[in-house]
Ligand binder design. Structure first.
Ligand SMILES: Nc1nc2c(ncn2[C@@H]2O[C@H](COP(=O)(O)OP(=O)(O)O)[C@@H](O)[C@H]2O)c(=O)[nH]1
Ligand SMILES: [Mg+2]
Length: 285
């Protein structure tokens, strides 16, 4: 019985220790990226044609800027980099011409861990379009409470052609509760910041999910431990009951015996005094 209780307690302690370990950096990432020794983030770059998706991606990966990049090229890049002092792999999908390939876009979106939502500050139309893409991502991700996204207003070097103010972009990002950057693929302004922040968002989400899973596991273990304990307790009480019943019976029998003895003592005392009285009467005293 004692050993079993100790075992149960050990199980709960182990679960708690496991939970706190899950919050440590390396462990959670190892858990989420079992196939690769490095943490990996699948980023999908979306936005209307011509906003600078390819230029942003190529600027990040190759430190180059193209004046005329083929708008139909769709490519993916594995970019090994250091984010917050940690070696990581950014797996970037630069989408293109998806208006015609609706089904394919949904497939790409469903495979992504995080999304860089790009519009151009020189195109109001692209700003409106990004709202539709945001809806689409939410649909594909089945309206999950949190989706890793970063809103990006590109071409901020073209101030003279600006159609979307910075405050509009910031307000939209606030509404969606996502980070926001104005970037320039041409000048490499905030390019790394946007992609790295997206990786951080994915990481934060993974950690939150792992923590949620661990808490659920812990809750489950605690519940089963509690029911196991109460069952044990019930069994112990049930075993105890007959013993207590005999004890009670013995006690009541003993008290009955002592009360009989007491009453006989009382009556005996009275008898003796009466006999004494009659004896003294006989002796003439
Ligand atoms: N001035 C300026 N032009 C840019 C910038 N980013 C992209 N472009 C230009 O915009 C055009 C479309 O860029 P691209 O990356 O192909 O757009 P995508 O269709 O979204 O992939 C190209 O001519 C780029 O040179 C930027 O930050 N500043
Ligand atoms: Mg492109």
């Amino acid at each position: 019985m004692l050993l079993e209780t100790l075992y149960g307690l050990l199980v709960v302690i182990a679960a708690i220790a496991g939970r706190s370990g899950a919050f440590t950096h390396g462990m959670s990432l190892r858990a989420s990226t079992r196939s690769s020794p490095l943490p990996e983030y699948k980023a999908v770059v979306v936005g209307s044609g011509g906003v600078g998706k390819s230029c942003l991606t190529i600027q990040l990966v190759q430190h180059q800027f193209y004046e005329d990049y083929d708008p139909t090229i769709e490519d993916s890049y594995r970019h090994k980099t250091t984010i917050d002092g940690e070696q990581s792999v950014l797996d970037i999908l630069d989408t293109a011409g998806q208006e015609e390939y609706a089904m394919m876009l949904d497939q790409y979106l469903s495979g992504g861990d995080g999304f860089l939502l790009v519009y151009s500050i020189t195109s109001r139309k692209s700003f409106e379009e990004i709202k539709n893409l945001h809806k689409r991502i939410q649909n594909v991700k089945e309206h999950k409470k949190r989706i890793a996204m970063v809103l990006v207003g590109n071409k901020c070097d073209l101030e003279k052609d600006r159609e979307v103010s910075e405050s509009e972009g910031r307000a939209l990002a606030r509404r969606w509760a996502v980070p926001f950057y104005e970037t320039s693929a041409k000048r490499r302004t905030h390019v790394e910041d946007s992609f790295f922040e997206l990786a951080r968002e994915v990481k934060r989400l993974r950690l939150a999910e792992t923590a949620g899973e661990e808490t659920n596991k812990l809750k489950l273990m605690w519940r089963s431990f509690r029911s196991w304990l109460s069952n044990k307790w019930r069994r112990v009480r049930r075993k105890d009951k007959p013993k207590r019943r005999t004890e009670n019976r013995l006690k009541s029998a003993a008290s009955a015996r002592s009360s009989v003895r007491a009453s006989s003592k009382r009556s005996g005392g009275r008898g003796r005094s009466a006999a004494g009285r009659s004896a003294s009467a006989r002796s003439g005293r």
